[in-house]
Design a protein around this ligand. Structure first.
Ligand code: ZN
Length: 231
C-alpha cells in the first residue's frame, strides 16, 4: 500500500506498480470524507489516518459502481457504521445487479457484478455538496458516474474513472494500451468525452483519479482534444 498526501487530500494506492487502485481521504475542518473503497485493506489504513487526524469519518462518496471502487464497502460499513455512504441513484441500480439500460442509454453496461451485502441508500446528484466537495455528474465510464470538486479552497478534483492518469492523462475510453483497463470498463465513449470537457472547464490544482498518480495542474483540454479526435 502506498500513501501520499497533497494538502487536504490523501491518496491510498493498492498495488501501485502493477495495477494501481486508488482510494482517497479528503480532510475537512471537523471530519474526513472517503472517496471510493475498491479494496478491503483500505479500511484499516483509513482507521490509522483517522487516529492521526483525530477526526471522524462521516461520509463515503462512491464515484461509480465498479468493484475496483466498491469492493471494500461491507468492510467499510461495519467499521464505520456512523458514516453515510453515497452513490448516484443510477449506479446504485447497477450495484444491485440490474444491468438493464433505457432506450436513451442504448449501449450495454460494462463491468462485472460485485457481491456485496451492504447497499448505499443515500443518493448524490449534480450540484449537491458534501462538506466542501461539489458533486459533478460525469456519465460515460458508467451512466451514473460522479466526480467531486472542492471549489472553495483546495481546487482538488477527484475524477474517479472519468479520467485516468496511469499510462498518461487520458479521458475514460481513450487511455493508453499500457493501462487499458479503464477503456475496457467504459460504457459510452462519446458521453465520457462530454463529461471530461465539463471537467476541463474547472480550475484544478490537483487531479486525483481512480488509477494512477495525482497530477498537479493537469492539462485537461489537451486530453479532451485527443479523445475527441478518436471518436
Ligand atoms: Zn476503476
Amino acid at each position: 500500500m502506498r500513501i501520499r498526501t497533497y494538502n487536504q487530500l490523501t491518496q491510498l494506492t493498492w498495488m501501485p506498480v502493477v495495477f494501481p487502485i486508488n482510494a482517497y481521504v479528503f480532510e475537512e475542518e471537523n471530519c474526513l470524507t472517503v472517496i471510493d473503497i475498491g479494496k478491503k485493506s483500505f479500511v484499516s489504513e483509513i482507521q490509522k489516518l483517522l487516529e492521526k487526524a483525530m477526526k471522524p469519518v462521516t461520509n463515503l462518496l462512491l464515484t461509480h459502481w465498479h468493484s475496483d471502487h466498491t469492493a471494500g464497502l461491507d468492510e467499510f460499513h461495519s467499521t464505520f457504521p456512523e458514516a453515510e455512504i453515497w452513490i448516484s441513484e443510477r449506479d446504485c441500480r447497477l450495484l444491485a445487479g440490474d444491468l438493464s439500460v433505457s432506450s436513451e442509454e442504448k449501449l450495454p453496461i460494462k463491468g462485472s457484478l460485485v457481491k456485496l451485502n451492504y447497499r448505499p441508500d443515500s443518493f448524490l446528484a449534480e450540484g449537491m455538496k458534501i462538506g466542501s466537495l461539489e458533486v459533478i455528474a460525469t456519465p460515460g465510464h458508467t451512466p451514473g458516474h460522479l466526480a467531486f470538486y472542492d471549489c472553495m479552497n483546495s481546487q482538488v478534483l477527484i475524477a474517479g474513472d472519468a479520467l485516468q492518469t496511469r499510462g498518461g492523462l487520458a479521458v475514460a475510453g481513450n487511455g493508453s494500451w499500457t493501462f487499458p483497463f479503464v477503456n475496457f470498463g467504459t460504457w459510452d465513449r462519446a458521453r465520457s468525452v462530454s463529461s471530461a470537457q465539463k471537467l476541463a472547464a474547472l480550475d484544478v490544482s490537483y487531479l486525483a483519479t481512480g488509477h494512477g498518480k495525482v497530477v498537479k495542474h493537469p492539462d485537461l483540454s489537451k486530453a479532451v482534444q485527443k479523445a475527441k479526435e478518436r471518436i
